[in-house]
Design a protein around this ligand. Structure first.
Ligand code: PBG
Length: 323
């Protein structure tokens, strides 16, 4: 036999020498959920190990994560129904606890990178990412709300704005709004190829943000399509996005690879709530080794071409790396 591929697998040292892909803690973004109040945290039932924190407890948790080497956090607020309206007005009200928490995180940890989510759903009485009129999700009218939301988040201190709404033209609209208000240094990580996925279920439980009627299929992408992701990527790039994201990750590794091969921008992938929940549930049942599945999953997402991974496993991964 001329070729024996097993020679390169004969010991851990050799395997490490030839290993093509590594995941580092600094590649990870930790998505975290925020609730109003003090000194409280509630575990998300469908996401074991993941909590909704009050601002003070979130600050403590971020401190622990920073010690472990996690430096980027994507913060998601859960608002009480009484604050929600059709136009997500509370989202850009400077007195809202989410914006105040962003400012406090940046005050206490100036080196930490705070990413935010730009979409109407956690603030909307309709539970949609845009303004609903006669059952339709309006595009251009929604951009105005998103612009105000992004500027308010930048003003609070956000470093990276994450439009997750999938309205057309929003990257350019947000870039202009940010620049016009003096926030030209604030980055945009666009949810470029965000699919209408059932893997977001646990997230919507965590934020109580499920649509009150209909679904998100007129704005989020059809899971059957990959070429369409190239159109979205081209537009986001032209409109000024700094990083492109694919979401979810595990069932969309081909899309991650496709975008990575067609752009020079860094690719991010969102290892979403349902993907986390599946591994945790199977681990709890003793059906899978959750830790090994986590490592394999993150490696596969990296291998497909994502440099950045948003994942609820961030803290667990960092703890494991630290030993
Ligand atoms: C808001 C938003 C969602 C997620 C991130 N931002 C939910 C949705 O679009 O319905 C999902 C994240 C996850 O499932 O972990 N637009």
């Amino acid at each position: 036999m001329l070729r024996r591929p097993r020679r390169n697998r004969k010991s851990q040292v050799i395997r490490d020498l030839v290993q093509e892909t590594q995941v580092a803690t600094h590649d990870l973004v930790f998505p975290m959920f925020l609730i109003n109040g003090i000194n409280n945290r509630e575990e998300v039932a469908s996401m074991p190990g993941i909590f909704r924190h009050t601002p003070d407890m979130l600050i403590d948790e971020i401190g622990e994560c920073v010690e472990l080497g996690i430096k980027t956090f994507d913060l998601f607020p859960s608002f009480d129904d009484k604050y929600k309206d059709k136009y997500a007005t509370i989202s850009y009200d400077e007195s809202n606890f989410y914006l105040k928490t962003i400012a406090e995180v940046k005050r206490q940890y100036p080196e930490v990178v705070v990413m935010t989510d730009v979409a109407m759903d956690p603030y909307s009485s309709d539970g949609h990412d845009g303004i609903v009129k006669n059952g339709e999700i309006l595009n251009d009218e929604t951009l105005e709300v998103l612009g105000k939301m992004a500027v308010a988040q930048a003003r609070a201190g956000a470093d990276i704005i994450g439009p997750s709404d999938m309205m057309d033209g929003r990257v350019e609209y947000l870039r202009d709004a940010l620049d016009d208000n003096g926030f030209e240094k604030v980055s945009i990580m666009s949810y470029t190829a965000k699919y209408a996925s059932s893997f977001y279920g646990p997230f919507r439980d965590a934020l109580d943000s499920a649509p009150k009627s209909g679904d998100k299929k007129t704005y989020q992408m059809d899971p059957a399509n990959a070429n369409e992701a190239l159109i979205e990527a081209e537009l986001d790039e032209l409109e000024g996005a700094d990083m492109l994201m694919v979401k979810p990750a595990m069932a969309y590794l081909d899309v991650i690879k496709l975008l990575a091969e067609n752009t020079q921008l860094p690719i991010a992938a969102y290892n979403v709530s349902g993907e986390y929940a599946m591994i945790k549930a199977a681990d709890q049942k003793g059906w899978l080794d959750g830790q090994q599945c986590m490592l394999e999953t993150l490696t596969a997402i990296r291998r497909a071409g994502a440099k950045i991974i948003l994942t609820y496993f961030a803290k667990e991964f960092a703890q494991l790396q630290k030993g």
